[in-house]
Design a protein around this ligand. Structure first.
Ligand SMILES: O=C(O)CCC(=O)C(=O)O
Ligand SMILES: [Fe+2]
Length: 211
């Protein structure tokens, strides 16, 4: 058995600026956690409202539109509003990665039948972005989904149901690539209702200027 150090120290509660986030470990290696109360109902609603008019067809990491990913999405600019600054800073503290390593916060919207098929969030070595690869992901659910829309890790038998304000966290910065590859995951098709998520991808090195 391998024992590799995770980015996030495992705790049952993370207290960030008087904001109490409770945590459940779903898998230790690779580390997969569920967090509750990452965002308040008001913050979820405000994110949805500021994203709604800016949605465009989602693309893959290689910028191609594909049937793998049928949601619509958008990226916020860093610090573009007080809401975004507050949320980005909380996420950065929670993920224990400096804000300068954060890609823009992304919001995705799925309608019934829409999904994000099995994929990895990290870049393979042939992708130019792999020189400053992603190391961890936080997917925050912005609403409750009537049916479907779970985030699933098929190789680990883990399924996370969307709950407003909760999040699933996972990391893939292990020396052992087999552990990283266990983070294969999907956003299951929404069956009834709609699904809104905010995704934060963190890089190994800084990606933002001026932070
Ligand atoms: O929508 C989901 O449950 C997963 C989203 C996801 O995998 C991503 O944004 O990278
Ligand atoms: Fe993903």
């Amino acid at each position: 058995m391998t024992t590799e150090v995770s980015i996030l120290p495992i705790q049952s509660i993370y207290s960030i600026d008087n904001h109490i986030i409770t945590a459940t470990v779903l898998n230790e290696e690779p580390l997969i956690m569920k967090f509750d109360h990452v965002l308040s109902d008001e913050e979820c609603q405000a994110l949805i409202e500021s994203a709604a008019s800016r949605l465009a067809q989602s693309k893959l990491a290689n910028k191609e539109v594909s049937q793998i990913r049928t949601s619509k999405g958008m990226f916020f600019d860093k610090n573009e509003s007080l809401l975004i600054t507050i949320i980005e800073n909380r996420i950065s503290s929670l993920m224990q990665v400096p804000i300068a390593h954060a890609e823009g916060l992304q919001v995705l919207h799925y309608e019934p039948g829409q999904e994000y098929k099995e994929h990895y969030d990290f870049f393979w070595p042939n992708n130019p972005s792999s020189h400053n690869n992603r190391i961890s992901t936080l997917v925050i659910y912005l609403n409750d989904v009537e049916e479907g829309g779970e985030t699933t890790f098929p190789n680990l038998g883990i399924t996370v149901k969307p709950v407003k304000g909760s999040a699933v966290y996972f990391e893939y910065f292990y020396n052992n690539q087999t552990l990283n590859e266990l983070t294969l995951h999907s956003g299951e098709p929404v069956i009834r209702g709609e699904k809104w998520v905010a995704t934060q991808w963190m890089r190994k090195q800084r990606i933002r200027e001026g932070d």
